[in-house]
Design a protein around this ligand. Sequence first.
Ligand code: WT7
Length: 630
Amino acid sequence: MKIPSSQSEYLDAYKNSVANPENFWAEIAEDFTWKKKWSEVLQWDFHKAEVKWFIGGKLNITENCIDRHLPSRANQTAILWESNDTQEPSKKITYQELSDQVCKVANMLKAHGIKKGDRVCIYMPMVPEAAYAMLGCARIGAVHSLVFAGFSSGSLVDRINDSKCKLVLTADGAHRGDKKIELKTIVDAALQHCPSVEKVVVLERSHSKPAMKAGRDFWWHDEMKKVSTVCPAEVMDAEDLLFILYTSGSTGKPKGMVHTCGGYMVYVNYTFRTAFQYKEKQIYWCTADVGWITGHSYIVYGPLSAGATTTMFEGIPSWPDMGRFWQVIEKHKVNIFYTAPTAIRSLQAAPLSFVEKYNLSSLQVIGSVGEPINEEAWDWYHKNIGKGNCPVIDTWWQTENGGFMISPIANVTKLKPAFASLPLPGVQPAVMDEKGNELLENNIEGRLAIKFPWPSIARTIYGDHQRFKDTYFSTFPGKYFTGDGCKRDEDGYYRITGRVDDIIIVSGHNMGTAEVESAIDEHPAVAESAVVGFPHDIKGQGIYAFVICYQKPNDAEKLRAEIKETVSKIIGPIAKPDKIQFVSGLPKTRSGKIMRRILRKVAEGDTSNLGDITTLLDPNVVEEIKNGAL
Ligand code: WT7
């Protein structure tokens, strides 16, 4: 496979990918291990929200991530693991060890009755076993559903029940900085409401000695002793499910995005190698958690399918101090470093001495993902971390996309701070106006849609294809709608301006305002609430809640703390509102719809021009809300 590595090669690849997408992707797909070749490359209909790639092709992604590397890389490090605890030795897991461990997990799952197509929930800390768990599922064709280990038991219940998981892989506890999260206790609470779960396998990590329920709960280390290091790879159809991963929606419950085996593998491999220009023997580190799509695609499947050394870090950037990332880069001589704007902004706020203490000269490429990176953060990252000579790879994409969509190619694409820049080969963006017309010129601003399928587009929302169609394919019929706004400048460069729907991106995490509102409403004192985003120096966007109580609160501070705690319990700490303003009414239209535009303005601290408010049922509430702004 040819990875474009110059400007002209990129332009050629791009042209080719548009003129003849099927040939373009077939040629790339040839380079993988298939058990049977596809008979047709692509079938698609965006009106029906249907896409299939490599039809009839048979494969197993773990053979591509592990087995095919063994002849040449058995002793190369596949996973480099760094503990949360600076005193604990790091681990280097070779491709041979990875093979052994993944096969063992696969055999362990089989021994507990898991078969092809069964769903397995993974709720684990950032330890190598989390990657073994994912790949172990994939080995036998079980569908993994990871839930980020910061989510509450309520969130876990929703996700387990939606896809009827049969088994949960978890740990006794997780360490994050100086905090300990009792994962098993959270799982136990969840499982009171999850009838589909038959077994739980628990990794010992925090030694917190949780209760174990006889017949249901098993220790990982006991079960792994009983099984062999050899497990034949299940034959999977290219369109069989590989995993489900939940992402917040602008209304209702989280959406279980479905990704399939063939197209996903081809795309994450190609984009990993293209955008970062990954070279043999480089040390690669993506700081995401495996519980998010970034971890799936660019800690596990992308790098391992490319035979790379991928780093898994259990800790957080700010502990034991704000130099932790930089210390890890020095320690492992990291060459490619990929993190989020939130982390960059919080580390930028710390004294520069935390950076200067460490030798970062191994770095060659530095990346960013999850939310728009502002120019100031981009400049700081480029200058102080990349020392002015590492390209900043600002990758725009989504859980639904599976892999990078708009991104610079390292040392190929001319960079512009805060621009995700140009579409990768195979990606055909369209900027739409509000009436649904495509804007064909440059120097425009609108809504970002994609006109043509790429191999790793999500195939559906688990159990709800209608919602998939309505959410992504109905706004602009015949096109995939991203939910993002963007600008395209005179050079055709894209700058993502943020969500245009009711999703807020907090520290790079998607939060549906409706989800947060319904959690706030669970507090017995709360009658109704409305949530919007506001600009936050570190998190990108913060959560601002307008709350109506049944009675005027006696102690507003105490009630605020309680509401935050309620949200934290129901969704997880990441969803806690930053600001809570108590109000006596919300700006509703006569038809009962909340005019969020007004709330957004108030939250942003810009109330000079609220626009037309004459359609409000009671325009007086606006004055009160303005006066009480936090
Ligand atoms: C939303 C998707 C895909 C990995 C992590 C987030 C925003 C993501 C960028 C970027 C500007 C970005 C978008 C997108 N976003 N990357 N480089 N520049 N915005 O995945 O949780 O599915 O969120 O994150 O708004 O729609 P996600």
